[in-house]
Design a protein around this ligand. Structure first.
Ligand code: BGC
Length: 533
């Protein structure tokens, strides 16, 4: 039996914008009760854990990542009691819930910042990072390149600059101040006491600033994060910390510590390489980054994804690769955002069912626990007319009734238009159709969950003589799976090494599958095969 505190190693995650998921009270905005109503749907899909984006009171200049009060739920989403009910209802269905913990910054509307900027002598002045000059920390990059020109913003009233890694409306907290460190532990305690199963810790590389560095991944940051972890282990065993560090694998590795920092970390670099692989019809870029991924402690796990609520980030590729990705996937200028592409999975993959399934086959069989972005399991589209990242945060498409079955009233956002809008793409039309994308994903999840091998860290690439075929072994004890993915748009034949020429069980067809010498895979097709001894 697996240690139940390690549940996340074999879990399937699902990311939700509460505002976008389901409106229960008819105000056009999704809310916690709406999400509670839809837990059955998530259970049907096979989800083990939901990550909910920030639900804290916020002026919404960064969709809630600008927090004005760490101890409440914004009333548009409901109340703390609604959250408690959601957690209980989810737990009854064996679904866990993690939420965003935004440590790095607050909203400029947060009372701490209001006090901090009111007077240089305010007791809260030192909660933030102030300076007489904007020439400090010049080696720190600007992240929101399309909107910000500096990480410093001038404050007229008190005559100093304040530091911010994101929008100017998101001042960075000063983690050199022990009070700030303490405050954020209190915040964590509050939500853990409420029953939350852990946190997706936002933007953790940037907690500290040091001259002469790029102000990312500093040793001080790891010391603080280890404190947070040991606090959680001591009082809340089994709850997890998931690290958002958009970094190279060798730079994410320290966030796992010796198994005493984060339980999980997003694997950012593999993500764009899945899209590269599908476009080039070659697996090499994926294999290369996996080779470059260091082993992590036994009690840790990667979290893999195809899309999320942000732009498809191209920070973890070379400048040439980025240019190439933009040419391939962001051929209209408005599809670009910062260093990424603001599109959803289905439109990125030309709404080609074969490619969408293939991308998911990779997601569900590569090392790590997969996370699905809400709506991608039905192939929802995006709305490029909406600014910033809002085009991929449109209301969930439940059915083909007005407002997509999301709300009885006009939604907070324009819906997706055209072919991938709710009239054509919705849950109601897919859930009972065995041939739907939803049901293909559901089957992948069900199979994945039956085999501990998928949650293990072991992976072995197999030489097939064909660079278009991503072939690998996933193994746990006696259970060995051979996974074959044809990344190209043509039928590809291959020859597996002798020891793999044997009998298998095709896990989808539930039929015997014999590999003799040569094997041909149809365009963009995949096979999950279990070795028979
Ligand atoms: C989140 C973004 C957010 C930023 C600032 C992130 O990395 O994913 O959505 O804008 O942090 O909080």
């Amino acid at each position: 039996m697996m240690d139940t505190t390690l549940w996340y190693k074999n879990a399937v995650f699902y990311e939700i914008s509460v505002r976008a998921f389901k409106d229960s009270n008819g105000d056009g905005r999704g809310d916690l009760r709406g999400l509670t109503e839809k837990l059955e749907y998530l259970q049907t899909l096979g989800v083990d854990c939901i990550w909910i984006m920030p639900i804290y009171p916020s002026p919404l200049k960064d969709d809630g990542y600008d927090i004005a009060d760490y101890y409440n739920v914004d009333k548009t989403y409901g109340s703390l009691d609604d959250l408690k009910e959601l957690i209980e209802a989810a737990h009854q269905r064996s679904i866990r819930i993690v939420m965003d913990l935004v440590l790095n910054h607050t909203s400029d509307a947060h009372p701490w910042f209001q006090a901090s900027r009111s007077d240089r002598n305010s007791p809260y002045r030192d909660y933030y990072v102030w300076s007489d000059t904007n020439q400090k920390y010049k080696d720190a990059r600007i992240i929101f390149l399309d909107t910000e020109i500096s990480n410093w913003t001038w404050d007229e009233k008190t005559g100093q600059y304040y530091w911010h890694r994101f929008y100017a409306s998101q001042p960075d907290l000063n983690f050199d101040n022990p009070k700030v460190q303490e405050e954020m532990l209190n915040v964590a305690r509050f939500w853990l006491d409420l029953g939350i199963d852990g946190f997706r810790a936002d933007a953790v590389p940037y907690l500290f600033e040091r001259e002469g560095t790029n102000c990312e991944n500093l040793p001080e940051t790891h010391i603080y994060l280890k404190k947070l972890r040991s606090f959680m282990d001591e009082h809340y065993p089994g709850r997890i910390l998931l690290c958002e560090a958009n970094q190279w694998p060798e730079d994410v590795r320290p966030y796992f510590g010796d198994g005493d920092e984060f339980h999980m970390g997003f694997h950012f670099p593999i993500m764009p390489r899945i899209y590269m692989a599908l476009k080039k019809g070659r697996f090499e870029d994926m294999a290369e980054i996996m080779r470059r991924t260091p082993p992590i402690p036994e009690n840790c796990q990667w979290c893999t994804f195809l899309r999320n609520h942000d732009e498809l980030t191209l920070e973890m590729v070379t400048p040439e690769e980025r240019q190439w990705m933009w040419e391939q996937y962001a051929y209209e200028p408005r599809m670009k955002l910062n260093l990424g592409i603001r599109r959803r999975l289905a439109p990125l993959l030309d709404n080609d069912r074969r490619k969408i399934e293939l991308a998911n086959s990779l997601l569900f069989t590569l090392p790590g626990s997969p996370i699905i972005y809400y709506g991608d399991e039905i192939g929802m589209g995006d709305n490029l007319d909406l600014p910033d990242r809002n085009g991929v945060r449109t209301p969930m498409q439940w059915d083909d009734s007005p407002n997509a079955g999301f709300s009885i009233n006009e939604p907070y956002s324009e819906l997706v238009k055209g072919k991938l809008g709710y009239q054509n793409i919705n849950v109601a039309s897919q859930i009972d159709d065995p041939d739907s994308l939803f049901n293909s994903i559901k089957r992948m999840i069900a199979i994945r969950k039956k085999h501990a091998a998928f949650g293990s860290s072991q992976m072995e690439w197999i030489e097939t003589g064909n660079p278009a075929v991503a072939a690998y072994i996933r193994q746990h004890e006696e259970d060995t799976m051979l996974i074959l993915n044809n990344l190209s748009g043509s039928a590809e034949s291959m020859m597996l090494p002798k020891k793999f020429q044997q009998n298998y069980l095709d896990l989808f067809a539930q039929q015997k599958y014999i590999i003799a010498e040569n094997l041909t895979l149809q365009p963009y097709s995949y096979l999950w095969l279990q070795m028979q001894r």
